[in-house]
Ligand binder design. Structure first.
Ligand SMILES: Cc1ncc(COP(=O)(O)O)c(C=O)c1O
Length: 457
């Protein structure tokens, strides 16, 4: 019998207060295990695209132990430490644009990394004599974290909920998805309209280079990126990438930006940096951003207590060692397309599936109404939730989302395994996932006939 924790037996303020949660007592590779030995196959790298190296690695644990014994804490405000120095050097060496990134600031997670990037972008504008540049432009369909500033970055009222009054104004443009804007021209026109209105006040454009949960594995067409880069140059605003998920190999390169025709001025990254063994995030700044601040006040205030802490940085250095030693970024680049084909083949006869897309080990499955293969499915059908339920019933951990009420995306699933998953584990994940989606289709198709089509635009 499974050891799920029921709401009445827990003191944890869990996201779903009336749900039971499996109690995970152990993890090994891509397997999560309850105390009674019930095992879940993890197609989501620890559930949230974090555990890129798999769970239970003794080499990472040993690196943490050795560093904790040497020096576990030394506050970043007045001190630095060899692990932080080494990690910063290694990250700028692996960043895109061939050495054009100069400095790294460490934090403890994704939202913090995005907020630190926002602070740096604003400092840059103020330090170069443009205090009037404060506005941020961002694509609406995104997720950047649950803090007030990062919630403001997304244009999704469904996520803002009752917190809307606390969020500063961010100007949003529609995402240039295949469904709404396949060429990227509509998004560029929306950007131009904003720039014509308040172009002199724009500080930065903030986005995911390749999206994670909001639009799994989606990236705008090159026309959009090229147009964005040209406008950033012309109007004097920065381009910031949220690579919280995509940084450190997820899409088959160290950073997703390498694969796109644009070089961000700031990159925020987090999840894969700690690989699920420590809470760490980072912001990488390009040389011109760093030099502007250095030549101005020479200060980057407002750090966190745990910024650049020795144990977290030692773990991240070990994560980088493993990625290199085991050539995992190259493996993800090589095996990603094979995995995507396998997934697409396994889902080929599911009429609810409209697209399987992806880069590296960040794959997305999009569902649509089979009656026109385009309209979103009615939210009441709860397709995303059903997929995750059907998957967990088959002892598979997946992550599906349903941002339909925000307008730009419907039900979708992510498929983002650890880079170390074996071929047979990947096959097993695909098999269980396809079985789950088939089961959901069997539940939903009969109900669908009685539901009107929901036009998407
Ligand atoms: C793209 C993206 N940005 C930011 C975040 C927020 O990261 P954290 O939960 O570590 O604050 C997430 C978390 O899922 C994410 O997927």
């Amino acid at each position: 019998m499974s050891h799920a924790v029921s709401p009445g037996a827990s003191h944890v303020l869990a996201p779903e207060l009336h749900a039971s949660y499996p109690l995970i007592a152990r993890g090994e590779g891509v397997w999560l295990e309850e105390a009674d030995g019930t095992r879940y196959l993890d197609a989501m790298s620890g559930g949230s695209m974090v555990a890129t190296l798999g769970l239970g690695r003794r080499d990472v644990v040993e690196a943490a132990r050795v560093q904790a014994r040497r020096v576990s804490f030394a506050h970043n405000e007045w001190l630095t430490n060899p692990q932080q120095e080494r990690l910063a050097r290694r990250l700028v060496e692996r960043a895109p644009a061939d050495g054009d990134y100069a400095r790294v600031s460490f934090v403890t997670g994704g939202a913090e990394a995005n907020e630190a990037a926002l602070r740096l972008a604003r400092s840059y504008q103020v330090e170069r004599g443009h205090p009037e540049r404060w506005r941020i432009i961002s694509p609406a369909q995104a997720y950047h974290g649950p803090t007030f500033a990062t919630l403001a970055l997304t244009g999704r009222p469904g996520l803002h909920g009752p917190l809307a009054p606390y969020l500063f104004e961010v100007l949003h443009i529609p995402p240039s998805t295949k469904r709404f804007d396949p060429t990227g021209e509509r998004a560029l026109a929306a950007l131009d309209a904003i720039l014509a209105d308040v172009g002199d006040e724009v500080c930065a454009y903030y986005c995911e280079g390749v999206s994670a949960a909001s639009l799994p594995a989606y990236t705008p067409p090159n026309t959009f990126w090229e147009g964005l880069a040209e406008r950033a140059q012309r109007h004097g605003f920065l381009i910031c990438f949220d690579e919280i998920v995509t940084g450190l190999g997820r899409t088959g390169s160290w950073f997703a930006a390498e694969q796109l025709p644009v070089t961000p001025d700031l990159i925020a990254t987090a999840k894969g940096l700690g690989g699920g063994y420590t809470a760490i995030g980072a912001v990488l700044a390009r040389r011109h951003v760093y030099e502007t601040i250095a030549a101005g006040s020479g200060r980057v205030p407002l750090g966190h207590t745990w910024s650049g802490a020795p144990v977290a940085c030692a773990v991240a250095n070990e994560v980088l060692d493993i990625l290199e030693r085991e050539e995992l970024v190259a493996r993800v680049a090589e095996r990603g397309p094979v995995l995507r084909r396998r997934l697409a083949d396994a889902l080929t006869d599911v009429s609810l599936v409209s697209e399987v897309r992806g880069r590296g080990f960040l794959l997305g499955v999009e569902y649509a109404d089979p009656r026109d293969d385009r309209c979103f499915l009615a939210p009441e059908l709860r397709v995303a939730a059903r997929v995750d339920q059907a998957a967990i019933a088959r002892k598979l951990v997946t992550l599906s989302v349903q941002p339909t009420r925000d307008g730009y995306a419907g039900d979708q699933s992510l498929f983002a395994p650890a880079f170390t998953a074996t071929e047979s584990e990947l096959d097993e994940m695909v098999e269980r996932f396809a079985a789950a989606v088939h089961a959901v289709e069997a539940q939903v198709l009969p109900v669908l006939e009685a539901t009107p089509l929901r036009p998407t635009a």
